[in-house]
Write a protein that binds this ligand. Structure first.
Ligand code: ADP
Ligand code: MG
Ligand code: MG
Length: 919
């Protein structure tokens, strides 16, 4: 049996234009363009397989590679009618890198290869242009010296600049033929001095060295760092191809030019030719910015015939690739050549617009339009962002905790934020070391939140994301001094009222105003997402706690509320005192009295939520967090008490003072204020209150509150709390139904681990349902279900399904429980290290852990539905808005995902992509 030899080299006329892995993106497209009849200078491609073999075998070529290269070179001589190394009619080539993924500027290219002292004469003979030939020669020596011989730039740049200076010219084009001759001679000497040998004259030796340099650049530091930074894996791009391409010259006179163009505007997506060109220049001049290029439209006047050809090229490329192209062209003596094309990189706005327009033009299908856009990138369109043209230097940086950009006056605490908003309605940014639930009213009145401590899952981050407000968290270069109402960033001092701008998408913080551009939920995006909804199997719901959130989620296309966290409703400033009263109550009567006051408030909340979302489902989760989350910290209370006691002493002192003064003089008028101040009964009352709270805080102390007295455990031990919430839901449902508003509330119980807990709560539900039915004369429509966030709940899904009408996976807690990681500790301490050394690929709190947590979910889905076929099952953790996790949810057959409002569009697109990839 004869072994079929591997082919390592393909001519542009024969290479497979679809095989980017083998030929690299540039090579594949050069082949493709050649084969569809576009004018590409002839050439050939050495495969990425050759590259890998070369790198694996200590920089030696695979067998037969050079033989194939020689054959291709001869073929090239035949088509061009020139000779490689021919002293009268020389063939010059470029040697260009190019892998399957574009890695701009990371690898090398050499132009004008084949030049030596003989072919230089041939070039002069052929072109009759001595200056041009010397210019090409010195460029080649310089580029080859740098790339293939490893000589540092400055050895060439310094003498080159010195000669320009001596001649008094600013631009390279100002150099005379004699100058260029002198430079070429000088460059040859430099090569000799730096390498200890003379410049290689033999074109095949040049080619050999150039190919080796390009192959080696794949494992060069620049390229390796780039791949790491952008997570380019070997299955995306493995090795670089080498493209050898006949040189064409855009710098041989005024009927020559070179340029780069996009078939449409990559900033807006507008269907307008977009690009730049330079007359009498080489391609690299455009990129290097040596001269300022002209807008492409100007070519219509300057070179009308060629402009028409270029327009034709533009349209052929788009029609062929069904995609916006970014291409390079060169015009030599009136002939247009295309040197490269690739899919245009555009911002999201442009991607969305072109998606819809390409469908309208019949170039792609709706499905292709949907698959073309990375769901995550939609974020760019949903939040205000910094003006891309703004030129600003960040003052500090933290974690990009909630996307969007905002600008406002700094305020250091929530109360002052509210007061300032009321006094003087201007945009505010709340800057704190970290935030707590009691700061919530400050969030409402601020445009954005900045903290100097905490991670992407800190209170500030999670709440800001829920509200769709920008947040930068953990900007640890900022020192906050709340008392002084000041913050320090290095030498810079920020006082209350100073203006800053922050960008929650990047984590940068700027001093002063940086211009922002508004978010635009464009018509095109609406169209695109309507196509997505038609194809998705998963419904997309929103996590929304208050009516404003629901309103916003609806705009983003939410199909219901998958999670309403009722405790967030308790956070409003006027409600917290009542909640506090409920918590510190010593007797059932006291607690009930507080709950009686909360009932109408919650009922009203639900009426608004249900009405806003009608006729969609609203899933209401009953009180979940450990109750002490509503209380001030023990330390804070102790501090306050010390202060109050000091004050009391001071007051005693002033009593003594006033008594003394009245003995000494009869000026009663002066004494009044002092006597008033001395009324210490208020202070006594305050001390008494604080002490009661302190006692309660100590009584409620838990070693591990997240695993402690919370969720359904709380609901069972204090049944009157859940009873109030259940009543509020059912009465709200009746009120809406009476007004003819269709509502579908769902009562959801958190932290459940056994069916017995559900049965316990159900008793109350049933009792209250009867009472409400009797009082209102109608049956409230609702469903009863459970969160699945405890490992045992998943394992007992069959039993839970007998009691619950729906499941909703709380994957934040379920991930903590499955890994036995506490989220904050994991993210702050060891997860970064885990991902660095590759123990975990992703942060499981951001990307659903399909193998572990996902496995539990899958089991629970199957077991649950074995009892209740077709049971409604969803996810309401933060993973519900993450595209890869959504795709997993689709795979295991969930009914819906629920995520924060601003992520709804992302989830809708991801859900459609999951369905399309599945069919
Ligand atoms: P990059 O990937 O960095 O763009 P290229 O291989 O495309 O590198 O080449 C760099 C520059 O040289 C580009 O402007 C390209 O158009 C130009 N160029 C490459 N090959 C040729 C050629 N055969 N004739 C004329 N210009 C060329
Ligand atoms: Mg290029
Ligand atoms: Mg939970």
């Amino acid at each position: 049996m004869t072994k079929q030899a591997t082919t390592y080299v393909y001519s542009f006329t024969e290479g497979d234009g679809k095989n980017r892995q083998l030929l690299g993106g540039k090579g594949a497209n050069l082949c493709e363009m050649t084969q569809i009849g576009l004018n590409v200078p002839p050439g050939y491609t050495i495969t990425t397989e050759a590259c890998l073999s070369y790198l694996e075998n200590d920089s030696t070529y695979p067998d037969g590679l050079m033989q194939e290269v020689k054959e291709q070179m001869v073929a090239l001589e035949n088509v061009t009618g020139k000779g490689f190394g021919d002293a009268h009619n020389p063939l010059l080539v470029s040697v260009r890198s190019g892998s399957a993924m574009s890695m701009p500027g990371m690898m090398d290219t050499i132009l004008n290869l084949g030049m030596n002292s003989d072919t230089l004469q041939g070039e002069i003979e052929q072109t009759g242009d001595e200056r041009f030939a010397y210019d090409a020669y010195r460029r080649f020596i310089q580029l080859f010296g740098k790339v293939a011989l490893g000589i540092e730039d400055e050895y060439f740049d310094e003498p080159f600049e010195a000669i320009k200076k001596r001649e008094g010219v600013k631009e390279d084009v100002g150099l005379s033929t004699d100058n260029l001759k002198e430079i070429a001679t000088l460059f040859l000497e430099i090569v000799h001095a730096q390498t200890g040998r003379s410049f290689p004259e033999d074109p095949y030796e040049q080619l050999d060295l150039a190919i080796k340099a390009v192959l080696g650049s794949w494992s060069g530091k620049r390229a390796v760092d780039y791949r790491r930074e952008f997570n380019i894996t070997p299955d995306q791009a493995n090795g670089t191809a080498v493209n050898i391409c006949t040189m064409v010259f855009g710098n041989r006179g005024d009927d020559c030019a070179t340029g780069v163009a996009f078939t449409r505007n990559p900033g807006t997506g507008e269907n307008m030719f977009y690009g730049e060109y330079l007359v009498n220049a080489q391609g690299e001049d455009v990129v290097a910015g040596i001269r300022t290029p002209k807008p492409i439209a100007q070519m219509a006047d300057e070179m009308p015939d060629l402009y028409r050809q270029l327009e034709e090229l533009r349209s052929k490329l788009e029609k062929h690739y069904s995609e916006i192209q970014d291409f390079e062209f060169t015009i030599e003596k009136g002939i247009l050549y295309c040197l490269q094309t690739r899919n245009g990189k555009m911002n999201t706005q442009a991607m969305v617009r072109t998606s819809v327009e390409l469908v309208a033009e019949g170039l792609i299908s709706e499905e292709e339009a949907l698959m073309r856009i990375a769901p995550e990138s939609l974020e760019q369109m949903l939040f205000p962002r910094l003006d891309p043209d703004a030129d600003a230097t960040p003052l500090a940086a933290g974690l990009p905790a909630s996307p969007g950009a905002a600008c406002g006056h700094v305020v250091f605490d929530a109360d002052r934020a509210v007061a300032q908003k009321n006094n003087n309605d201007r945009p505010l940014i709340l800057l704190r070391e970290e935030t707590k639930p009691e700061d919530i009213h400050g969030f409402f009145v601020s445009e954005a939140i900045l903290t100097s401590r905490g991670g992407k899952t800190s209170h500030a981050a999670v709440v800001a994301r829920g509200m769709g407000k920008p947040c930068v968290a953990g900007a640890d270069g900022i020192e906050v001094d709340v008392m002084a109402r000041r913050a320090h960033i290095g030498d810079v001092v920020i006082k209350e009222g100073d203006v800053i701008t922050l960008d929650g998408t990047t984590g940068n913080v700027y001093l002063g105003v940086v211009d922002t551009v508004e978010a635009e939920f464009s018509e095109e995006l609406k169209t695109l997402l309507s196509w997505a909804d038609e194809r998705a199997r998963l419904k997309v719901m929103a996590n929304a706690d208050v009516p404003e959130d629901a309103e916003r989620a609806l705009k983003y296309g939410a199909m219901g509320i998958g999670l309403c966290r009722t405790e967030r409703m308790f956070n409003a400033a006027e409600r917290l005192p009542i909640v506090l009263e409920m918590i510190v109550a010593d007797t059932l009567e006291q607690r009930q009295s507080a709950l009686d006051r909360l009932l109408p408030i919650q009922r009203q909340d639900f009426i608004e939520l249900f009405t806003t979302m009608s006729p969609n489902a609203v899933t209401v989760r009953l009180l979940d967090p450990p109750i002490h989350e509503f209380l001030p910290s023990e330390n804070q209370l102790i501090d306050d008490l010390v202060q109050l006691k000091h004050l009391k002493d001071t007051m005693r002192g002033s009593e003594v003072l006033s008594a003394t003064l009245s003995l000494l003089s009869a000026q009663n008028g002066v004494l009044k204020p002092i006597q008033q101040l001395a009324d210490s009964s208020l202070v006594d009352e305050a001390i008494e209150k604080k002490e009661a709270i302190l006692k309660k805080v100590r009584a409620l102390f838990e070693v591990n509150p997240m695993l402690g007295h919370r969720g359904v455990r709380l609901g069972i031990t204090f049944p009157e709390i859940y009873a109030m919430q259940i009543r509020a839901v059912l009465e709200a449902a009746c009120e809406c139904q009476k007004k003819g508003i269709e509502v579908h509330p769902e009562i959801m119980i958190p932290q459940v681990c056994t069916a017995e807990e559900l049965r316990n709560i159900k008793v109350h539900v049933e009792k209250i349902r009867k009472e409400v039915q009797q009082a209102q004369g109608m049956d409230p429509s609702f469903k009863f279900g459970t969160m699945m966030e405890v490992v045992r709940a998943c394992l007992r899904a069959e039993q839970l399904a007998t009691e619950a009408e729906f499941f909703s996976f709380g994957t934040n807690d379920l991930t903590q429980a499955t890994f036995s990681f506490s989220r904050e500790d994991a993210e702050n301490k060891f997860l970064p290290m885990y991902s660095e050394v590759g123990i975990l690929q992703n942060n499981p709190f951001e990307v659903l852990d399909a193998n572990g947590v996902g496995k539990l979910m899958e089991l629970a889905v199957n077991w649950g539905r074995s009892v209740k076929p077709g049971m409604k099952i969803g996810i309401c953790g933060e993973h519900g808005g993450h595209p890869a996790s959504i795709s997993f949810c689709h795979k295991i057959g969930l009914s819906y995902v629920s995520c924060s409002g601003p992520r709804v569009p992302i989830a809708r697109l991801a859900a459609a992509q999951a369905a399309l990839l599945d069919s």
